[in-house]
Design a binder for this molecule. Structure first.
Ligand SMILES: [Zn+2]
Ligand SMILES: [Zn+2]
Length: 320
């Protein structure tokens, strides 16, 4: 079974996205790129080089439902004459627009984000949504943890690896321990655990960073030899990357705890201190990151949190 990477341009800060073609029956595309003419052209060119017609694609598998990965899913499905589209059920919240949900707004309010900033974030994400068509729930098939995607000469095991988003999935070819990991594993940057409502109880926040650490540890048990990420080059030394991620997360947590004044601060205030000069695009990511680290520090009982006035205020553990 040959895994053919195809790099597609995106209009986003992150740069090109990698999608993966498995050119054997049933011909499968893992991720599709954003809905832009440039990405669509590059996808057709990549398929042509691999001697695959878009109409031959039978299955579209999504690692997660961010626009840079899923944007062309509907268009590819239509051109492929009704290929099936598979995504994990926990991605529901993402694939129909994020910040329009009342739950999502509530999470930002609780994190102390001022209302005019929430409005800016909402507008920005409405802008981002143009890069993906939304699907109705019944148009998707479901990716289930531990099940297998079967091909003519082998299988890919589905591994649910939540963290970057609740429904992120990775795919493992066990014969040679090759992994396709979407944005769960990226060579040059530590993936951002995005602020999300919990898929089971949307009034709660998804424990993105804690879940992410579990996902990384789980991938590690497969002793991957090669990991194809959603952006950048493949990772040959997963163990090194795993250790580097854990160090980076520990360092970031120490920084977050250090920034907490005795009088307490919201996640938004901490985010503004961590990333004072971020532009609009990155403010949502920076508040996501602050919340993720504060939540993890709290669950590890390193800080305290108090809910009052509609917002959560974090404090260093007071020494009695
Ligand atoms: Zn992503
Ligand atoms: Zn991505």
């Amino acid at each position: 079974m040959r895994i053919i990477p195809i790099s597609l341009p995106t209009p986003f800060y992150i740069g090109p996205v990698n999608v993966y073609l498995i050119a054997e029956d049933p011909i499968t595309l893992i991720d599709t790129g954003p809905k832009t003419k440039e990405a669509n052209d590059a996808l057709h060119e990549g398929l042509r080089k691999a001697r695959v017609r878009i109409s031959d694609i039978r299955r579209i598998v999504l690692t997660h439902a961010h626009e840079d990965h899923c944007g062309l899913a509907r268009s590819v499905r239509d051109q492929a004459k009704d290929a099936e589209v598979l995504v994990h059920a926990w991605e529901t919240g993402h694939r129909v627009g994020r910040l329009e949900y009342e739950e999502h707004r509530n999470l930002l309010v609780r994190a102390g984000v001022p209302s005019e900033e929430i409005e800016t974030m909402r507008k920005m994400y409405e802008g981002v949504r143009q890069y993906a068509d939304s699907f109705e729930n019944e148009e998707y098939g479901e990716l289930r943890d531990e099940e297998e995607l079967e091909f003519e000469t082998g299988t890919l095991r589905i591994v649910h690896t939540p963290g970057h988003t609740p429904g992120s999935c990775s795919f493992i070819r066990e014969a040679d321990r090759t992994v396709i990991a979407g944005d769960c594993v990226l060579k040059r940057i530590t993936p951002n655990p995005i602020l999300s409502p919990d898929p089971i109880d949307p009034s709660k926040r998804f424990a993105s960073l804690a879940e992410y650490l579990v996902s990384l540890a789980r991938l590690r048990t497969f002793a991957p030899t090669l990991v194809h990420g959603g952006h950048g080059e493949p990772v040959h030394d997963f163990e090194e990357l795993f250790n580097r991620y854990f160090r980076a997360i520990r360092d970031r947590q120490a920084e977050v705890i250090r920034l907490l004044p005795k009088s307490g601060a919201t996640a938004w205030e901490i985010a503004r201190q961590m990333f004072p000069v971020t532009d609009d695009v990155h403010r949502f990511l920076s508040v996501s990151e602050a919340v993720a680290h504060l939540d993890l520090a709290h669950s590890e009982q390193k800080i305290e949190v108090e809910f009052g006035d509609g917002r959560e205020v974090y404090r260093p553990i007071s020494v009695h």
